[in-house]
Design a protein. Structure first.
Length: 315
């Protein structure tokens, strides 16, 4: 694998920045139920910020482009990103809007429920796409998610494709109206989990065979490379060269909040280092698995040494 310093230009993440308010519970509350939390903390979150930190912890330079509010949470986010080695200079402070907030509950089994107030993330527009373009080149890898307006995602995807950069799209959360048909032809890779796959294809995968069928449906919509995540049951990948299955890594999971974002950060790093889809998916799966062994969002991201150790221990 090439050394991190050999990667040029840096990876670019275009997306959301939130502050997470996390409560640890014995179990997730039923409707109308009030519970005393076992503990709580404040942390950096938002899929864009989480994925940028995941990339940085793997030793790759990364730029995060997006928006915060003009408030104390924006200061918190910028300081946290700088500590992690993420370039925050392309985050625009947006007056009269709050920084995005996520209210997260996690239970003793590692499951979670999340409510997000998008705040400044939802004010992103074509001007943000214009600010993104100078960061791109034909060999760039760009990570996007669906926590910003869909028209902005689609406009950015068109510019990314026109430049020749690779777009890794995390389709989370899938909007109620689904994804625009054009987006499937613009994304180089898409990485839905079981729920997102069902919303995009009408099929909820439960094993490798059903995940492969879902991947075929994604290809039929124009997607070049599909990665269908099955949580604790592994990952299926598929492109024109073939398909395969990555079995789950055996880890002691305590919190799944960061798993998807660390998977996507790891995938972007692996693809930027020119791994093929099979090796890139396995690298990403190791990143996601390690993230479940820690509490929190961005703070759960593993280092490159930890990922390589897990890959060597579970060949």
């Amino acid at each position: 694998m090439p050394h991190p310093e050999s990667i040029n230009p840096p990876l670019v993440v275009f997306g959301s920045v939130n502050i997470d308010v996390v409560a640890r519970l014995e179990h997730l509350p039923a409707p109308g139920e009030t519970l005393h939390a076992l503990g709580a903390h404040l942390g950096l979150g938002g899929k864009g910020a989480n994925q940028a930190v995941a990339v940085a912890r793997l030793g790759s330079p990364v730029v995060l482009a997006g928006r915060t509010g003009d408030d104390m949470f924006a200061d918190y986010a910028r300081a946290a990103l700088l500590r992690e080695g993420v370039d925050p200079d392309h985050l625009l402070r947006t007056p009269r809007h709050m920084t995005g907030l996520a209210m997260i509950s996690t239970d003793a089994a590692g499951e979670n429920s999340i409510a997000v107030a998008g705040g400044a993330n939802m004010t992103m527009d074509e001007s943000d796409v214009a600010r993104l373009v100078p960061l791109l080149s034909a060999n760039a890898v760009v990570l996007m998610q669906c926590e910003i307006p869909m028209d902005v995602i689609l406009a950015a995807a068109r510019r990314i494709a026109a430049i020749g950069a690779l777009l890794v799209l995390d389709p989370a959360p899938v909007p109620a109206a689904g994804l625009p048909d054009a987006l499937f032809g613009l994304a180089g890779v898409m990485t839905p989990n079981e729920t997102e796959t069902e919303l995009l294809t009408g099929l909820r995968p439960h094993d490798a065979d059903s995940a492969l069928e879902a991947a075929r449906r994604l290809h039929a919509r124009g997607l070049e490379r599909a990665i269908v995540k099955l949580g604790a049951r592994g990952v299926v990948f598929s492109d024109a060269r073939g398909h395969g299955f990555v079995p789950p890594f055996q880890v002691a999971a305590i919190d799944s909040v960061a798993a998807g974002d660390c998977f996507n950060g790891g995938l972007a790093v692996a693809l930027s280092r020119r791994m093929d889809l099979a090796h890139a998916t396995r690298f990403a799966a190791a990143c996601g698995a390690l993230a479940t062994t820690r509490k929190g969002a961005s703070e759960a991201a593993p280092t490159l040494a930890e990922v390589e150790a897990l890959l060597a221990a579970q060949p």
